[in-house]
Design a protein around this ligand. Structure first.
Ligand code: CAA
Length: 387
């Protein structure tokens, strides 16, 4: 087994590290405080090919592999988690989904402008009454009498990039009685009538990644914008999340790494009882535990990314590998951010340092794209074959 990155993977990792250090890290605190969407940085990320890493060049992407996406995203997240959320959703939940399930016309129309970073895409699955129970959605798509369109009514909530996104990959039911088998996927244009944005959510962390509710009020979507067949939407949503969860795992590693890096520096500098605190066994245990968990999380995530590419070649699902990586990495982010606050003491609790931001940002990784409880459910169902 060869653990070395390829030249392409090393190149995007270096480019992302330079961009994150030069452009993102210096503005992360400002964006966290203001909650402003980092439009200019996202455009630049698009110019560098980070908004559509795995999208083929024919549709405006970088044409790289899932591991390239992971190493890029970890670098961005180590500088600022909010930027990495926007970039992850754009790549995995929007662009890659349309590349995988769309027809040629849909890929040209809906992927190309979003791959460049000129505009942003979003993913509309969650509703006010259905988060973990995603199949229980109420947003309804009713085919018009002449068959050319669907009329959509309903509400989607917690939409990452919702306040700014040009297009949404929307999941709506054409027949609520069918449960998940009625769910159908569409690409909808935010500029059309009946697409109503709610207020931007005030959040604990990833504050610069704008989030809002979207209401559909007699919104007319052309039947040509349907992705796949009627009733195929839930399977599309789940397949896309299997891929998206690898992105959140990479984001988690970036946050954990930032918390760990700051801690390593601090334990060498800070003195107590006449010694650097890094000489104390209780601090050493924290450092060792953080290091082990980060390494393990990264290996699990790269395995999931490798397996994703293998499944694309040979068929099969990447469900377990993706959920294992997401669960372990997100809990690693929370663990490391928690330890970092403890190691820094009062300074870790202060807005003068980024440690408290890592702590706030880490929490969401255990919630979105499937909570830790849902990841455990998915893994256990896959392992036991029981439901
Ligand atoms: N890949 C392909 N198909 C899948 C699948 C997968 N990973 N998981 C399920 N399916 C298929 C099943 O095979 C089944 O099809 P058949 O009936 O033909 O066999 C169908 O989908 C229904 O599956 P289940 O019966 O397992 O569905 P369920 O209602 O029990 O729910 C669940 C399964 C795993 C709990 C799912 O609802 C889930 O993942 N919930 C979490 C939702 C989530 O992650 N939301 C995140 C929102 S997006 C977000 O957070 C973005 C952001 O802001 C960053």
């Amino acid at each position: 087994m060869d653990f070395r990155l390829t030249d392409d993977q090393l190149m995007i990792q270096t480019a992302a590290r330079e961009f994150a250090t030069r452009e993102i890290a210096p503005s992360a605190q400002r964006f966290d405080e203001s909650g402003e969407f980092p439009t200019a940085n996202i455009r630049k990320a698009g110019e560098l090919g980070f908004m559509a890493v795995e999208v083929p060049e024919a549709y405006g992407g970088s044409g790289l592999d899932p591991i390239s996406f992971c190493v890029m995203l970890e670098e961005i997240a180590a500088a600022d988690a909010a930027h990495s959320t926007i970039i992850s959703v754009n790549n995995s939940l929007y662009c890659n989904a349309i590349v995988q399930f769309g027809n040629e016309a849909q890929k040209q129309q809906f992927v190309r402008p979003i791959a460049s970073g000129a505009e942003v895409g979003c993913y509309g699955l969650t509703e006010p009454q259905s988060g973990s129970d995603a199949g229980n959605m109420r947003t309804r798509a009713v085919r018009t009498a002449n068959g050319t369109h669907y009329t959509v009514n309903g509400k989607k909530s917690w939409i990452t990039s919702g306040p700014v996104a040009r297009y949404m990959l929307l999941f709506a039911t054409v027949d609520p009685a069918k449960g998940p088998k009625g769910v159908t996927a569409f690409v909808v244009d935010a500029r059309e009538a009946g697409y109503l944005r709610g207020k931007t959510e005030p959040k604990l962390g990833i504050r610069a990644s704008a989030t809002c509710e979207i209401e559909f009020a007699d919104y007319l979507v052309p039947a040509a914008n349907r992705l796949g067949a009627e009733g195929q939407g839930f399977q599309i949503a789940m397949t896309v999340l299997d891929a998206g969860r690898i992105g959140i795992a990479s984001q988690s590693i970036g946050i954990a790494r930032a918390a760990y890096g700051a801690s390593l520096h601090y334990v060498r500098e800070r003195k107590a009882f006449g010694s650097a605190i890094g000489t104390f066994q209780m601090i050493q245990a924290k450092i060792a535990d953080m290091k082990c968990r980060i390494d393990a999380a990264r290996l699990l995530t790269l395995r999931a990314a490798w397996n994703k590419a293998d499944c694309a070649r040979r068929g099969g699902r990447n469900t377990t590998e993706a959920s294992v990586a997401k669960l372990f990495a997100s809990e690693t982010a929370m663990f490391c951010a928690h330890q970092a606050v403890q190691i820094h003491g009062g300074l870790g609790y202060s807005k003068e340092m980024p440690i408290e931001r890592y702590f706030r940002d880490a929490k969401i990784t255990e919630i979105y794209e499937g909570t830790s409880e849902i990841q455990r459910l998915v893994i256990a169902r896959q392992e036991t074959g029981l439901r």
